[in-house]
Design a protein around this ligand. Sequence first.
Ligand SMILES: *Cc1c(COP(=O)(O)O)cnc(C)c1O
Length: 390
Amino acid sequence: MITPIMPTYAPSDLVFERGDGAYLFAPDGTRYLDFGAGIAVMTLGHSHPHVIKAVTDQAAKLCHTSNLYHIPNQQRAAERLTEATFADTVFFGNSGAEALECAIKTARRYHWANGDKNRYRVITFHGAFHGRTLATLAAGGQAKHLEGFAPAVDGFDHVPYGDIDAVNHAITEKTAAILLEPIQGEGGIIEPPKDFLACIRDLCDAHGLLMLLDEVQTGMGRTGDLFAYQQSGVEPDVLSTAKALGGGFPVGACLATEEAAKGMVAGTHGSTFGGNPLAMAAVNAVLDIVLQKTFLPQVRERAATLRTGLETLIASYPNVFTDLRGRGLMVGLGCKPANTDVVTDIIAANMLVVPAGNNVIRLLPPLTITNDDIEDALNRLDKACRTLSN
Ligand SMILES: *Cc1c(COP(=O)(O)O)cnc(C)c1O
């Protein structure tokens, strides 16, 4: 008999009742160190007092009005995001996939507005993950995700990640844009060659294409800058973000330059919930913290401490871990045993991490972790490694 929850997930038996900072508590009081942060969502940790206050105060005043009316705290969030980035304008939705849908629509509409009605195709990359809607599945192009959902949405051409020659060869007169993650997250914390984003920018400029970045996972400080593109020396035309944006509140955003968004006029896109007062209270609360001058430098400092500890761990357990990858607090560890077994033994040490493609485990802790949390993490990982190497 089918379960009341549609069985599209295969959750473990773990249940949590409350969270505090980098820790989650099971109903029996057992404490787990959360280095998954709900898949890079809980940027500020669990139960951050500033986010709680902002969301509860707003809920008590006004949750939702719809975009039929002006929403002042949506205006404020958009101003702060454009101020802090390349972008001139922001569309708010409710998830990562929706943020990508908006990016893809923006790219098609840009060329349409330019009178180029046949330029609609987007070059994307093997191993990419952009979400589970029909268009974002087609963008990701992974057979295992698309099986049984044919026909795939048309308009995506896939090339190997990091291969600039392949990108160049894939460009035709129908190409509208290139869409990529600055670091592939679900794919296994895979970094492209150092100058890849700059080369993509050059190709986009040479061919009149829009550069679309998927920063759903890398965004909001995860890599040590507000957005990962800020480490590349170039700027995209459109950027999608979500996961960490609301500190646990479901919200996504599509950021764009004025030029890229020139086709997105009234009536072209929308969302009932998108950018509602409650969601925007969460976004502004997260921005209050993440935009503080001391915040990102501290993320980088913690990331360096964690990395040093992990390097020692890997050197001690070469039969468990093969390598360390990623940037900032978006860390991947290549595994020798099956990553699912590694996750199981880490859970046995009361710590949570997230598996990823290519037999990797991901460490995506809250960006607010303390040095004590890092020490605790290294001890728990060490304990799991001892079990795994027996
Ligand atoms: C999680 C993720 C998405 C999809 O976000 P949802 O909120 O699950 O729709 C898209 N792109 C990347 C890079 C992601 O990590």
